[in-house]
Design a protein around this ligand. Structure first.
Ligand code: NDP
Length: 336
């Protein structure tokens, strides 16, 4: 099968790309620049891989040319901004997230009749609500939708804008399929914080992807006097996220479904404990046992139901100690 993967330069996409190639698929991936394209080609010298340039996914018709690749079977759409260094929410965050998603759906409908399924990287951001994140009795699942609106995304904090960019993008995709009844169906992958080894090209550690940033801070000694608040208490390993994308493509029964792909709850103390145990050489940079912070709230923490992803996608979730250890090892390998 032939697969189009958008945003091939990203942290998650690089793992999806590896797994697609390993399973024998032919891949066309898009990136924003020739520089990024050449890094990906160099990393996969003998693969059935084409790298195409799509400079701006928010432009109308951005994907029209690349979807004309003859005989495409599947699309994996991962490209979307996940960082907080922007100043204008609309043009730098909401447009690429939402219009980028519309662009790929419209292009496939118009020009790629052979495509059977589109898999979209959505997020726990499209499931959660700010209110329910405070509720220790809440159990999140695919049945939940973030109630925040596009306007909240324009006017809210940076975290709210990001969450809205993912929620509206995913909702727009489901609405499109319902309204247009195209030849393809849809599956969406909704991970919370994604940790795990870095396999994409990084110019420097400061270019680390947003969800792994805390590991860089931890091993650089920034948590020595206080472990910071955890933020969202749910996580998943990037290798399981990649497996979810590929199995959601290969398994017919995954069509038409959202998947809440989480390994479970965690807090920042768990990361410290795992790293302290597995990297005695880093002891001088790490907080010692008496350092405070990073716990669950006293009243407890919300739960999750990942049973649909476990069952339909067949995932045996990688545990936090292994994920944290492999993440730090990969950071050391690239020079931390
Ligand atoms: P990365 O920042 O590593 O990857 C983001 C990808 O999207 C990169 O390929 C990036 O290209 C591309 N991209 C970002 N902005 C634009 C834009 N304006 N135009 C074109 N391409 C763009 O992060 P992740 O791998 O973590 O994110 C991948 C996907 O996973 C995103 O959709 C994100 O929302 C989602 N996600 C991530 C989670 C996490 O914890 N990591 C959790 C839940 C969802 P470039 O390399 O050129 O910047």
């Amino acid at each position: 099968p032939k697969v189009l993967l958008t945003g091939g330069s990203g942290f998650i996409a690089a793992h999806v790309l590896e797994l697609l190639l390993k399973r024998g698929h032919e891949v066309i991936t898009t990136v924003r620049s020739e520089d990024k394209a050449s890094k990906i080609r160099a990393a996969h010298p003998n693969a059935k891989l084409t790298v195409a340039i799509v400079p701006d996914i928010a432009q109308p018709g951005a994907f029209d040319e690349v979807v004309k690749t003859p005989g495409l079977d599947y699309v994996q759409h991962t490209a979307s901004p996940f960082h907080y260094n922007w100043s204008d929410a609309k043009t730098e965050l909401l447009d690429p997230a939402i219009k980028g998603t519309t662009s790929i759906l419209e292009a496939v409908k118009k020009y790629a009749p052979t495509v059977k399924r589109i898999i979209i990287t959505s997020s726990f951001a499209s499931i959660l609500s700010t209110e329910a994140l405070q509720n220790p009795n809440k159990v999140f699942s695919e049945a939940d939708w973030n109630p925040d609106t596009y306007e909240d995304g324009l006017n809210g904090t940076k975290a709210i804008s990001y969450r809205v960019s993912k929620k509206v993008a995913e909702k727009t995709a489901w609405d499109f399929v319902e309204r247009e009844k195209p030849n393809f169906d849809l599956a969406t992958i909704c991970p919370p914080l994604v940790f795990g080894p870095v396999v994409h090209h990084l110019n420097s550690l400061s270019a680390i992807n947003t969800s792994n940033e805390r590991f860089v801070h931890l091993i650089q000694g920034k948590w020595k006097s206080e472990i910071p608040p955890t933020g969202v208490f749910l996580w998943v390993d990037v290798r399981d996220v990649a497996l979810a994308h590929v199995n959601a493509m290969e398994r017919p029964e995954a069509g038409g479904k959202r998947f809440f792909t989480t390994a479970g709850n965690f807090n920042n103390r768990d990361l410290v404990i795992a790293v302290r145990k597995n990297f005695p050489d880093l002891a001088a940079q790490l907080p010692n046992e008496s350092v405070k912070g990073g716990e669950y709230p006293e009243e407890g923490v919300y739960g999750y139901d990942n049973s649909q992803a476990t069952k339909v996608l067949g995932i045996d979730w990688i545990p936090i100690e292994k994920s944290a250890t492999d993440t730090v090892q990969s950071l050391k390998d690239i020079g931390a």
